[in-house]
Ligand binder design. Structure first.
Ligand code: FMN
Length: 302
């Protein structure tokens, strides 16, 4: 029997919508009604954006401070059998439009008891953002059923360069020795498989082993070394974000000054400190095998 699926998304470049559409294509083909609801910030991040606007999103994303968004019409969404939340990561946290979404009282009420699937489109660091999204869903009493992550699979330091080139200069395509930025066309095409799995769960009404099936189909590529860098970065970002919010309160020029410092800090960490930390990580791997495995299960399974 055909069901109704509501997809909530926000996108700066169009990528997150593409991810959602790729997953939902088989669902629409199977006869289900798929309704897309865009989350629209009152002051959207343009594409391409300046370095300044890019970094200005940092403290609020990390500290879960919502931006202002347009009201979302839920009138045709009440009888949805499935809610798909397609979000992106900003500075290791959900983007500010999603903080706004999850902190909205009407949305919290709406999500109560709803079966939800989370979809992440990002560069390569999503674990902490997903933990936050799961906690938002728990608070709203939504029933989380599965998670799919589509990411840039190039090496970390390469994707840092290509994402900057993409988001700040609008150049997504491959050029010279640099690959194309973002999620590959092959990964987007493969995402249809996840839609077919979701269709099976919709038809049977059994959501219990959906995540297991999604994992078996490659819905999450988990890289322990990247997670190690991310978790360390997440803690330090928290200190920076609080500091910038405090120092920059009522003083935009001072705030921008500290954001500039943060930018330089980030560059040094990414290219000099993180690679050294990785050597430590790999050396410690044989002794931390069980902890790493446990972490992986915690971050990917139900
Ligand atoms: C301000 C900003 C910060 C970002 N921070 C991260 C991050 O910490 N980790 C990550 O994997 N991707 C990060 N990204 C990439 C996004 O998650 C996303 O993949 C990209 O912006 C394209 O999504 P969209 O155009 O659909 O919004 C960031 C993007 C922006 C604009």
């Amino acid at each position: 029997m055909a069901k109704k699926i509501v997809v909530f998304y926000y996108t700066q470049t169009g990528q997150t919508l593409q991810v959602a559409q790729s997953v939902c294509l088989p669902l629409a083909e199977a006869g289900h009604t798929v309704i897309y609801k865009e989350i629209i910030p009152l002051q959207p991040l343009p594409y391409p954006c300046s370095g300044k606007s890019f970094f200005r999103a940092f403290p609020e994303s990390r500290e879960a401070i919502p931006c202002e968004i347009q009201p979302i019409d839920l009138n045709d969404a009440a009888d949805a059998s499935l809610v798909i939340i397609a979000y992106q990561v900003w500075f290791l946290s959900p983007s500010t439009p999603f903080h706004a979404f999850f902190q909205n009282a009407a949305i919290q009420q709406y999500l109560k008891g709803k079966t939800c699937i989370t979809l992440t489109g990002c560069r390569n660091m999503w674990v902490m953002a997903q933990a936050k999204v799961r906690s938002y869903l728990r608070d709203a009493a939504g029933k989380w059923a599965g998670h799919i992550v589509l990411q840039d699979r190039h090496p970390n330091l390469i994707s840092v360069i290509t994402i900057v080139r993409w988001l700040l200069y609008g150049k997504k395509e491959k050029s010279g020795w640099l690959p194309a930025a973002g999620i590959s066309a092959a990964d987007l095409a493969h995402a249809a498989v996840f839609g077919e799995i979701i269709d099976g769960a919709l038809r049977s009404g059994n959501w219990n082993n959906l995540q297991e099936q999604l994992l078996a189909a490659g819905a999450v590529h988990y890289k322990p070394a990247v997670v190690f860098m991310e978790k360390t970065g997440y803690r330090i970002f928290g200190v920076w974000a609080k500091f910038i919010l405090r120092k920059g309160k009522d003083n935009p020029a001072r705030r921008d000054f500290f954001l500039k410092l943060f930018k330089y800090y980030l560059f040094v960490v990414l290219y000099f400190i993180a690679p050294a930390g990785l050597i430590f990580f790999y050396l410690a791997c044989p002794f931390r095998y069980r902890a790493i495995r446990k972490d992986k299960v915690q971050n990917t399974a139900n």
